[in-house]
Design a protein around this ligand. Sequence first.
Ligand SMILES: [Zn+2]
Length: 272
Amino acid sequence: MARCWIRFSVAALLVLSAGTVRAQTADRLYILNCGEGVAGDISRWSPGVDVGKSKDFVDNCYLIRHGQDWLLWDTGVADAVAAMPNGLVPSDPRAVLWRRPKTLASQLEALGVSPGDIKFVAISHTHPDHIGNVELFPDAMLIVQKAEYDWPNADGTPRFKPGHPVTKVEGDYDIFGDGSVTVLSTPGHTPGHESLLVKLPKTGPVILSGDAAHFQANFDNRRVPSANFDHDETVASMQKLANLMAKDHAQLWINHDAVQRETLKMAPAYYD
Ligand SMILES: [Zn+2]
């Protein structure tokens, strides 16, 4: 009887400890400068609010090391824009005029990371300020929602080079299989928009927004840009992130928020 009880207790303990195993973490995260710009009329992103006001934008890429692997989240404004003296001037003056103070390639080089070292390139969505340098990494595995991958350009052409290796995701996706870096499906801005949850050993959990929201005030007030693909999906996606933030005590790092970027460390400094 005693023996039986011990056996039972050991089994129960094993079950308990398996249930409380903590998710692994990524090792470090660098924020790279992937563009700086000025929007002509910020109310495109907040209908009815701040009409006619211009606003600074930034554009970040995020380089994540996990063991021996490198993952790049978004690729920013095309490196070719760095050579344009007036920046990339939009056809609609209310949109963003992008500049590229530094290329992505030069920032990777400064960190001693070559494009061939990047194993995964995960993409929040297919707007040009996020996919400008995908083909700098022709051998990297793209991670993108199927709904985004299958969404044709306005002229019917595909958004990615058809030969590029790709993992087409449907919904949330645990990239390394250990809970450290998780793609979060957050549709609305585009059909297959996604965000990224990164767990770091000291910094804790961080959600990289993509364009689920462009600025803190837009997130806080659930403002939906007029050009978004689906209004209600956008609001639901913001709520999904807010719920995760509450549950995991996660920070939200908003890609285009210039005010927030001032408070964060840029590469070569990093978060661990
Ligand atoms: Zn976008």
